[in-house]
Design a binder for this molecule. Structure first.
Ligand SMILES: *[C@@H]1O[C@H](CO)[C@@H](O)[C@H](O)[C@H]1NC(C)=O
Ligand SMILES: *[C@@H]1O[C@H](CO)[C@@H](O)[C@H](O)[C@H]1NC(C)=O
Length: 90
């Protein structure tokens, strides 16, 4: 993720979260205006975030995943990855 600008990561994190929590699948004109990013500029980064989310349960490094298995963090681990984003295009 180091190749992305912090502002790109922030915008992509908001978009990925909206999709993950079923708030919205759209990156509308309001989102573009306030982030100054178009969907085509954040989709690649969002797809990577989804792929990391999908892999969070497997392998040896599941500490972060397990950390979010508490009410302190809103039981975020129960959220399913927004896998549909991996097939999304712009
Ligand atoms: C754009 O989407 C956000 C949620 O992502 C929503 O709050 C906002 O009202 C939407 N704006 C328009 C113009 O549809
Ligand atoms: C999450 O927490 C519940 C209840 O504490 C536990 O039963 C479950 O095994 C935990 N899941 C993971 C992946 O740690």
């Amino acid at each position: 993720m180091l190749r992305f600008l912090p502002s790109t990561l922030a915008a992509a994190a908001i978009f990925t979260t909206q999709c993950t929590l079923s708030v919205s699948r759209e990156w509308n004109i309001t989102c573009e205006k306030h982030s100054s990013y178009g969907k085509n500029q954040i989709l690649e980064c969002s797809k990577l975030m989804v792929s990391f989310h999908q892999k969070a349960t497997v392998g040896k490094l599941t500490g972060v995943y397990r950390k979010y298995n508490t009410s302190k963090y809103g039981n975020a681990l129960r959220c399913e990855p927004a896998s549909f984003l991996l097939e999304a295009w712009f």
